[in-house]
Design a binder for this molecule. Structure first.
Ligand code: SAM
Length: 218
């Protein structure tokens, strides 16, 4: 289910302008190939947060074909972006797209599990990130958070995408065939978890498929 309203979504989508013609082309290709990239309204929100916050370093968990990471790079060419993708074919496609768009100097793509790669970066003494975007396997968000938070600092913004899961997080009645029970349970636990943390302000907003924005206070 669309968590907003089909007419509202259509209206907002009609206002959408791609950042560059090349990114517009990559969005079209990804959508045609049914690659799950950030929705248009989510893109608008994220890019304006980046414009307001001006993060120097971004960590993304869930690269897919490199679309969102390339948008982040296009907003600010000084930003250093590390992104992690689990699927090898997808990883190779991301590398190719990022190279083609001219962002290879800004974006480093790692192949592997988002939590494991992030832990390894932490152990290797990687500098902290100003913005962290979690957009990969929904049942693993808590693992991703726990690894990523080690590479955060006071003021780091952590954005989690798809937290409302087409409204299934809100009510299991939207899981019509009962296929998403585990994902629903884990996402509910995750949303509860990030909302009750002491050293963090979180809000959940009904944009795209539900976006949680968390700001670390410690
Ligand atoms: N952020 C991308 C964008 O908007 O262009 C879309 C990411 S897509 C929703 C999720 C991606 O996460 C998929 O490509 C999937 O292969 C990857 N993924 C799934 N599990 C993962 C994991 N454990 N670690 C890293 N990536 C994972």
């Amino acid at each position: 289910m669309n968590i907003i309203n089909d007419k509202v979504t259509q209206y907002i989508d009609e206002l959408y302008k791609p950042l560059t013609p090349e990114l517009g082309q990559l969005r079209r290709e990804a959508e045609e190939a049914r690659v799950p990239i950030i929705l248009r309204d989510t893109e608008g929100l994220l890019l304006n947060i980046i414009r307001m916050n001006n993060p120097k370093r971004i960590l993304e968990i869930g690269t897919a074909v490199g679309y969102s990471a390339s948008c982040f790079a296009a907003v600010n060419k000084e930003t250093e972006i590390i992104t992690v993708e689990y699927n090898e074919e997808t990883y190779k496609t991301a590398l190719m797209n990022i190279e083609k768009l001219g962002f290879s100097d800004n974006i480093t793509v790692y192949l592997g599990d988002g939590a494991e790669v992030t832990e390894k970066l932490y152990e290797e003494g990687c500098s902290p990130f100003d913005l962290i975007f979690i957009d990969a396997a929904k049942s693993h968000y808590k693992r991703f958070w726990e690894a990523a938070v080690k590479l955060a600092h006071t003021g780091t913004v952590i954005i989690s995408d798809n937290v409302l899961m087409k409204a299934m997080t809100v009510s299991s009645e939207y899981d019509v065939y009962g296929k998403h029970k585990t994902n629903i349970r884990k996402m509910r636990e995750y949303v509860q978890y990030i909302n009750q943390l002491e050293d963090c302000h979180t809000c959940v907003i009904p944009v795209g498929d539900g976006v949680a924005i968390s700001i670390l206070t410690k």
